[in-house]
Design a binder for this molecule. Structure first.
Ligand SMILES: [Zn+2]
Length: 382
């Protein structure tokens, strides 16, 4: 799997202030749209007089021309937080390690990947982007945002087009149990982490599904979850009959169609790449003392953790006769190896805190498939 490193080089595309004489149809503006833990997303729109925003252009330094994207795009910028990659590193990790996992002699899942176009963003544009962040994020993030690097990524825009298409985001997370979970666990890794977090901040059951159900192939099991996701995604209510057809089509896609194949493949990759054994949790041990190939060991660990933290966008096109569904994987950001100590610490807390065994006082709506399969644990009586 490991081949010669790919040099992403200097991007030929520059996002910069528009020169005075730029034709109106080539002007763009960047508008804050959304944010994740480590990134902000800005929509790229044609500039309008009314908005009064900064006039920007996309400049191709290879052809020395200004251009506009062929399809709707967004600009993703890193916040520059500790232990998170900047956009050049994301591009490098994607090209060098992630992309090639999805195409082999007998598999080809590259239709689910998206182009990552690296773009250099001029300082004046960065100032404009920063000025839009405002009060929607915390001071810590505001202070850290976009201060370290001026590279961004141009990505396809998957936001809703009323009457035509919409997308829901799902996080596949740990599609198989952690190899370092205790025997007879009552929760999978994702549900154990959720329960641990809920003990501090309250459970967030809205929009949550146990990943083991997600990959299980049972449409009736995931339909209520999909239905809620569709309701959340739509700005205007759908015709009830169309809504029902869309939910059924999406459930079929994820339990027996292409989406199911992709989820199974992700699970297979997560298992195959995970180099951990139970001795990972021994406090005296970190990485194995003498792994056959230390570089390979760490790369595989970072890859499997990357695949457990990516997102899958399920895109529904419903302007034709039959709804059509496709999916794209996003946030395939190769994890920093510096995180391995954090991962180990988290796993230790889950194991030692009894979160896998559900020893905490749980409510009746425990979502984990492993829990549902078990007899309810007998609570201790004193
Ligand atoms: Zn679970």
């Amino acid at each position: 799997m490991i081949q010669e490193p790919i040099d992403v080089g200097v991007p030929s595309v520059v996002c910069k202030m528009a020169p005075e004489d730029t034709p109106h149809h080539l002007l763009i503006e960047l508008v804050y749209f959304a944010e994740g833990a480590a990134n902000n997303i800005y929509k790229i729109r044609p500039w309008t007089e009314k908005s009064g925003r900064t006039k920007a252009v996309l400049w191709d330094s290879a052809t020395q021309t200004i251009f506009t994207p062929e399809a709707s795009k967004v600009l993703r910028m890193s916040k520059g937080l500790d232990k998170t990659p900047d956009c050049r590193q994301i591009k490098l990790g994607y090209e060098e390690y992630l992309k090639r996992l999805f195409k082999g002699p007998n598999v080809d899942f590259t239709e689910h990947l998206m182009d990552h176009d690296l773009v250099y963003v001029e300082h004046a544009i960065v100032s404009d982007l920063n000025s839009q962040v405002g009060s929607s994020i915390s001071l810590r993030q505001r202070n850290g945002v976009l201060t370290q690097e001026y590279f961004g990524l141009l990505l396809p825009d998957m936001s809703t087009v009323p009457g035509s298409s919409f997308a829901i985001e799902l996080k596949p997370k740990w599609l198989a149990q952690s190899p370092t979970a205790p025997q007879h666990a009552a929760r999978c890794r994702t549900c154990a982490m959720r329960a641990s977090k809920a003990s501090k901040a309250g459970a967030k059951s809205h929009g949550y599904i146990c990943p083991l159900y997600l990959v299980d192939g049972n449409p009736e099991q995931i339909k209520p979850w999909i239905h809620q996701k569709v309701l959340d995604a739509m700005e205007e209510p759908l015709n009830p009959r169309l809504e029902d057809i869309i939910v059924t089509t999406m459930a079929d896609y994820l339990t027996s169609g292409e989406g199911h194949k992709l989820l199974l493949y992700l699970r297979w990759l997560q298992r195959r790449l995970d180099p951990l054994k139970s001795d990972f949790l021994n406090p005296r041990l970190g990485a194995p003392k003498d792994p056959p190939n230390p570089h390979f060991w760490v790369v595989n660990l970072c890859l499997t953790m990357t695949l457990r933290d990516c997102s899958m966008f399920i895109i529904v096109h419903y302007d034709g006769n039959e709804p059509r569904v496709e999916s794209k994987l996003v946030d395939l950001d190769f994890k920093s190896s510096q995180k391995q100590y954090d991962w180990r610490k988290k796993e230790l807390l889950l194991v030692n805190g009894g979160w896998y065994k559900a020893l905490d006082l749980f409510s009746g709506d425990e979502p984990c498939k492993l829990f549902a399969r078990q007899e309810r644990p007998i609570r201790y009586r004193w």
